[in-house]
Structures are given as structure tokens and as C-alpha cells.
Design a protein. Structure first.
Length: 154
């Protein structure tokens, strides 16, 4: 079921943003279009909830497997990890995003999918704008095949 959900997610994201916005920053949209906010968005799909519309890239890294982004939704106050054009391959493809409070307490979400070529992204975590958000994507064992991302507040 998770793979079907992720395929549906990928198709919805492609339909919403097309290829022209890959790696680009989007313009904020009407907050009324979103179906969650704050903690109510934790562990949810950013496309299904409308949070991906108007989101921006707060950090990105290029790898041999593609570009990986830490995204921020100003309408939902959430972060998630996305790769618009994963090259495919690896043992798996997993995204983790964490919100770190000023005291260092972390709240995280992890999402795994098949390492197929194309668009992939994880679920969201609420992160107040003054907090540090960190994202991670990895596709193999031993930590060598990974990318680390962080917001400007880290």
C-alpha cells in the first residue's frame, strides 16, 4: 500500500509543479487551500495536504543520485525532504526530517520507498520558523550513501 501511495504522491507532485519548478523556489499561495497546519501536519503527505504549494527550498545538495532538497511550507509551518529526479538504485530510499527546539529536543519522521528513478519525497514535520530543521536522505548501508540538509537556524 505504501508504494501505491508514494506513486500517487509522485504523480500528484508532477502534476502540481511540472518539470519547470524542479529545484526552483515557489511563490506562496492562499493558506485556505491547505488542510492542516502546525502539529496537525506531522507525518502527513505535503502534496495531499496542500502544503507543497508555495513551499521553498531551504537547503539542497547535489549527489550522483540527484539533487536532494529540504523544503519549507510557510502556510503549514512544516519541513520535508524531496528529490525531484532520483537516479534510481540503491538498497532502499529513505527520508528523515527532524525539528530541533532551542533546548535540543528533536521530533522526527521517517519515510521509506522503493529506490526507483524519479520524484520522491517524505512526510512532513512541524517546525516553528525559529527552530532548526534537519533532513537526511539515504539509499544504502553504512552511511556512505547519504545526504544531510539543514535549515538556516541550525
Amino acid at each position: 500500500m505504501r508504494n501505491l501511495t508514494h506513486t500517487r504522491r509522485a504523480l500528484a507532485m508532477a502534476a502540481l509543479f511540472g518539470t519547470a519548478l524542479l529545484g526552483a523556489q515557489a511563490t506562496p499561495v492562499n493558506a485556505a487551500a491547505v488542510t492542516c497546519s502546525g502539529y496537525g501536519c506531522d507525518h502527513k503527505d505535503p502534496v495531499d495536504t496542500g502544503c507543497s504549494a508555495g513551499s521553498t527550498v531551504v537547503d539542497k545538495k547535489s549527489t550522483a543520485k540527484g539533487v536532494f532538497e529540504l523544503r519549507w511550507s510557510p502556510n503549514c509551518q512544516t519541513n520535508w525532504v524531496r528529490t525531484p529526479g532520483y537516479a534510481g538504485g540503491g538498497q532502499y530510499l529513505k527520508f528523515t526530517v527532524c525539528d530541533y527546539t532551542a533546548s535540543g529536543t528533536a521530533f522526527c519522521d521517517s519515510f521509506s520507498t522503493q529506490p526507483t528513478k524519479g520524484l520522491h519525497y517524505g512526510n512532513m514535520v512541524y517546525s516553528r520558523s525559529q527552530n532548526c530543521a534537519r533532513g537526511r536522505a539515504y539509499w544504502g548501508s553504512g552511511g556512505a550513501n547519504q545526504v544531510l540538509l539543514a535549515s538556516s537556524k541550525c
